[in-house]
Design a protein around this ligand. Structure first.
Ligand code: HEM
Length: 226
């Protein structure tokens, strides 16, 4: 029987996936969250969700740039951790903030647009999480890949949700806008890296760089010994 051993990267991904949760639980029980622990947990789970989504989006371009193919195999786990934190984030909001009172949430949506934007992101994430199992990968075939491209739309929507949730004035660039703008820009860069001309340019650059390195190592081999 084949032994299934975790690669170092896999171990790192799983450690990174569970560590924030362990830290949040620890901080909660040791009263190490802010004066408003529910809000602190909501903010932390939100940030972790977005961070893991961006990590999963970064896998393909990084694999192309670094030539490290294993990164593409870790995309799914990173996305699943993103969903885990998003689900926690929403549960904390609905359960602890609003005591599962959907009427109260609906009443507040009018004055807090970011809730609607967050809900849209979460609704789009749901089919991805539900179909992340091998069974659905096989069943959906090519459509699985198509469906999972939704994540490229979700990340900017979450960045917008973040931007709208912080206190500040976007048009006057006042308040805590730096962090959401930074996350939004990363989401945008990762989207741009998906464009075919950019992808082609990156692949060319990588080929040139590896040729250049090979030439420097052994000039004769790189030119075929001529
Ligand atoms: C029904 C869906 C959602 C609801 C009701 C919701 C609710 C909230 C609330 C109330 C806040 C503000 C917390 C505060 O500062 O007091 C927030 C912030 C945030 N949410 Fe959501 N959210 C939803 C979906 C999502 C999803 C799907 C993600 C990520 C995948 C996400 C990521 C974030 C982030 C990054 C922040 C900013 C955290 C910070 O200020 O440091 N949210 N959300």
């Amino acid at each position: 029987m084949k032994k299934s051993r975790l690669t170092p990267l896999q171990t790192l991904v799983h450690l990174a996936g569970w560590a924030p949760l362990a830290l949040m639980v620890y901080n909660f029980f040791t009263d190490n969250l802010t004066a408003n622990p529910i809000q602190a947990l909501e903010q932390q789970t939100g940030i972790h969700a977005l961070t893991f989504l961006l990590f999963s989006l970064a896998c393909t371009p990084l694999a192309a740039i670094l030539g490290w193919q294993e990164l593409t195999q870790r995309r799914k786990a990173l996305g699943n951790y993103g969903f885990m934190y998003a689900a926690l984030h929403v549960t904390l909001f609905v359960g602890l903030d609003y005591g599962f009172n959907l009427n109260a949430i609906l009443r507040d949506v009018g004055s807090k647009w970011y809730i609607l934007v967050g809900a849209l992101a979460f609704l789009l994430l749901l089919p991805l999480a539900l179909t992340s199992f091998k069974y659905w990968m096989k069943r959906l075939g090519k459509n699985w890949k198509r469906l999972h491209k939704l994540v490229y739309i979700i990340a900017p929507i979450v960045a917008l949700h973040f931007l709208l949730s912080v206190k500040g004035d976007l048009f006057r660039l006042q308040g805590n806008l730096l962090q959401p703008l930074l996350y939004g820009s990363i989401a945008l860069v990762l989207l741009v890296l998906r464009l075919t001309p950019v992808k082609t340019a990156l692949t060319r650059l990588r080929t040139r760089l590896s040729l250049w390195f090979r030439e420097r190592k052994s000039p004769l081999k790189a030119t075929g010994g001529q």
